[in-house]
Design a protein around this ligand. Structure first.
Ligand code: ARG
Length: 467
């Protein structure tokens, strides 16, 4: 273990002059963020290297001091990465911990790093870099989830299942079509992620405390070095803004809502009563008392994590809503919300991707369920419109009587003898039986975006070209 930051120096001593004593223990406890913002160490060091390099390039610090600073920062990076860095709560946050260690390592040159910079633009930079990387990761994970759905949709472009409204059997659809509905949802989530990356792609460093600086810095140079499109335009906004974090949380909340609906469907589908899917052993658990049980715990936890993500979004919106410009310490509370939501979101996407890939689809159960509940009643009504020229409202009425009859006889529509159907309406012929099967029903729905296997395959091709 390196002997770094273990001395009793506190951040009050680092800014010295005005402060005669260290903070009260409670002050230290409420003020410190090192417990969570140490996650930003790599971003902090990257930002400092870019800043020091720019300062030297502009002649604000000497090349020798810059070299010492960069070397020292690289040493600190490997110390932290290898677990040989002792973080000190007395030094408040990641920025002060690194700067204090740099002073121990390289002496007075360390004091030049903070020229033309404040922790306000420093933290805005570090956090932006972190959120940007997390968004890029989310984009990749959503792409895998979409790929998993595309494979299942292709496999089941013709597998018939009941489509529901109000969770009551509505009309037959294909399982492939249902999978493609999720592809649309996660595709929109992914484009929200891409927009968010575009929004935050501006470099905050150089805004300083809030007003900019009198030193001849080059913010375009640091922006470029750090992989940003351009520097932010307004220094006050730069240190006040946490929209990028709130946007991440909003996207996480919307994506979480989609994942949670999928989780809910998997919970329902995997019950013995539905039996549409069987989860793999890898994504289910047993019961400690009931040997027959196979529980969809991962899906349930995805549903629950969504609540947690929503909480983080509301927390940060509430933290920010009353703050006057520019920086206030309240903003330090942004990180835990984002870190927690990011962890939940990653787990939730990964778990759902695994479940979708692994689950066994019981096409027989789905097909049997698709045919029950008079799911082809609309097809009968449409047949009466098309073949017998009835107005749709009259056809709806005639069909309703056929459904009532089938219900009273305890059979399906297709099981009613022709004589029964003709007694309800004389125009009905035995051709009607062709449209009463679930396969005929789905095959007929060829409208753009409809459930016919040909349409589902077209939807799959559209997304394959974009994934
Ligand atoms: N730890 C602080 C945060 O996360 C860094 C910025 C502190 N700035 C200040 N003016 N006290 O927000």
């Amino acid at each position: 273990m390196a002997e770094n930051n273990t001395d009793t120096k506190s951040s009050n001593q680092m800014w010295g002059g005005r402060f005669a004593s260290g903070p009260d223990a409670i002050m230290e406890e409420i003020n410190a963020s090192i417990g969570f913002d140490k996650k930003l160490f790599a971003q902090d060091i990257r930002g400092s290297v870019a800043h020091a390099t720019m300062l030297a390039h502009q002649g604000i610090i000497s090349a020798e001091d810059k070299d010492k600073i960069v070397q020292g920062l690289n040493t600190i990076l490997s110390e932290i990465e290898s677990g040989n860095f002792e973080f000190s709560r007395r030094l408040e946050d990641i920025h002060m911990n690194i700067e204090a260690r740099l002073a121990t390592l390289i002496g007075p040159a360390a004091g030049r790093l903070h020229t033309a910079r404040s922790r306000n633009d420093q933290v805005a930079l570090d956090f932006r870099l972190w959120v940007k990387e997390e968004l890029e990761k989310t984009e990749r994970m959503l792409t895998s989830l979409i790929a998993a759905f595309l494979d299942r949709a292709e496999e089941h472009a013709e597998s018939v299942m009941p489509g529901f409204t109000h969770l009551q059997t509505a009309q037959p659809v294909t399982f492939g079509h249902h999978c493609m509905a999720y592809v649309e949802m996660f595709g929109r989530d992914r484009s929200r992620v891409r927009h968010a990356i575009e929004h935050l792609d501006e470099s905050p460093i150089g805004a300083a405390a809030l007003a900019g600086t009198g030193y001849p810095i080059d913010r375009h140079m640091t922006a470029k070095a750090l992989g940003f499109r351009e520097p932010t335009r307004n220094s006050i906004d730069t240190v006040s803004d946490r929209d990028f974090a709130i946007e991440f949380l909003s996207i996480a909340a919307i994506t979480g809502m989609h994942l949670s609906r999928l989780a809910e469907e998997i919970v329902i589908w995997s019950t013995p009563q539905f039996g549409f899917v069987r989860l793999s052993d890898a994504f289910s658990t047993g019961s400690s008392i009931m040997p027959q049980k196979k529980n969809p715990d991962a899906a349930e936890l995805v549903r629950a994590k969504t609540g947690r993500i929503n909480g983080s979004l509301i927390a940060l919106l509430t933290i920010m809503k009353g703050l006057p410009l520019a920086y206030s310490k309240d903003m330090q509370e942004d990180k835990e919300q984002v870190f927690d939501a990011a962890e939940s979101l990653e787990l939730a996407i990964a778990a759902m991707t695994g479940m979708v890939r692994d689950m066994t689809v019981n096409t027989q159960r789905m097909k049997a369920a698709a045919g029950s509940g008079f799911s082809t009643a609309t097809d009968l009504a449409d047949w009466l419109v098309r073949e017998a020229g009835l107005p749709f409202r009259d056809a709806h009425h005639v069909t309703g009587r056929a459904v009532a009859l089938a219900e009273s006889k305890g059979c399906d529509l297709a099981d009613l003898p022709l004589s029964d159907l003709q007694a309800i309406h004389s125009a009905i012929t035995d051709k009607v039986y062709d449209v009463l099967t679930v396969e005929a029903s789905v095959a007929s729905r060829k409208s753009f975006g409809g459930t016919a296997p040909s349409e589902v395959r077209r939807q799959i091709a559209f997304w394959r070209a974009r994934n």
